[in-house]
Design a binder for this molecule. Structure first.
Ligand code: G3H
Ligand code: 13P
Ligand code: ZN
Length: 312
């Protein structure tokens, strides 16, 4: 099967009360770990590349890695998505490069400018059979070189969503309800909270419309512990509780973005292997452990959080 868009995936997910996992890819082992888990569990999947990933791996390598995954698993529905496209040019480059979905993230701009650039991306992408995700509201956290402090983050205003979707023609909308990027999402000692009231109000205003949640890593403490026991220093890393993501997946949230958890699993695998086998110097020895951790984490997300297993 060639790469697919997210249109059918999201429709089935919406109707079926589950969500599709959107996992960030940066190298071969991460692509393999994600795709092996998805194929074994018969789960559709979004593989997404940030501009940082494109800079690191070079866009054509990423596309070829995903093409190789499709060749290996021709039965698996895979969408290739640009994560956090900053402007029209990067979205256009990805459309031209074979991506089937792009995100234009102009959420830091004033509303009318966000509408304007999103509309321009939608016109170009739709003319090429590619779907578009946009964002309203601003998540806190670190992505790429952009750091948004908690004070500068803002929840999505449900009053804005109908006008935004109507004026732009966008296919899905990322909203800010209290998740954030990175491994430090909530202050230690505080109770993690998401604004499900905002989500409910958005859904009331946009019936049957797919919603996206960014910043949805749960920061599994078993991997944080392995990292810290093997020379790492991740203090107070806290993620979104899985039961909150399960609740979101049952609603209009059709795409849940996960990157940091894969990074944690990958790093834990390498650090542990280095401690246990200081004699190793073949990258395959430790990268295979890292890849297996990615696979285990994705399998857990699919079955225990997203509910997308068997939905191929
Ligand atoms: O949303 C951000 C993702 O975690 C991507 O992170 O820009 O460092 O690749 P990155
Ligand atoms: P995490 O940092 O929570 O994994 O979020 C990833 C993300 O939103 C990618 O767009
Ligand atoms: Zn994101």
């Amino acid at each position: 099967m060639p790469l697919v868009t997210t249109t059918e995936m999201f429709k089935k997910a919406y109707d079926g009360g589950y969500a599709i996992g959107a996992f960030n890819v940066n190298n071969m082992e991460i692509v393999q770990g994600i795709v092996e888990a998805a194929a074994e569990l018969k789960s559709p999947i979004v593989l997404q590349a940030s501009s940082g990933a494109r800079k690191y791996a070079h866009p054509s390598y990423l596309v070829k890695l995903v093409e190789a995954a499709i060749q290996d698993h021709p039965e698996l529905p895979i969408a290739l998505h640009l994560d956090h496209g900053a402007d029209f040019e990067i979205c256009k480059a990805c459309v031209d490069n074979g991506f089937t979905s792009v995100m234009i993230d102009a959420s830091g701009m004033p509303f009318d400018e966000n509408v304007e650039v999103t509309k321009k991306v939608v016109e170009y992408a739709h003319a090429h059979g590619v779907v578009v995700e946009a964002e309203l509201g601003t998540l806190a956290g670190v992505e790429d070189d952009v750091k948004v402090s908690a004070e500068n983050s803002s929840y999505t205003n449900p009053d804005d969503v109908e006008e935004f979707v109507g004026r732009t023609g966008v296919d899905s909308l990322a909203i800010a309800i209290g998740t954030s990027h990175g491994a430090y999402k909530f202050k230690p000692g505080t109770k993690p909270q998401l604004r499900f009231d905002i989500l409910d109000e958005v859904v009331r205003r946009l019936p049957n419309f797919p919603i996206v949640l960014h910043g949805s890593s749960s920061v599994p403490q078993e991997y944080v512990k392995i990292i810290n026991e093997n020379g790492g220093a991740l203090k107070d890393a806290i993620g979104v509780p899985e039961e909150m993501l399960r609740q979101a997946a049952k609603s209009a949230v059709c795409k849940i973005n996960i990157d940091s958890d894969l990074r944690l699993g990958f790093t834990a695998g390498i650090r542990k292997t280095f401690t246990e086998h200081p004699e190793y110097f073949d990258p395959r020895e430790y990268l295979k452990v890292a890849r297996q951790n990615v696979k285990d984490i994705v399998a857990h997300k699919i079955t225990a959080v997203l509910g997308s297993d068997g939905k191929m």
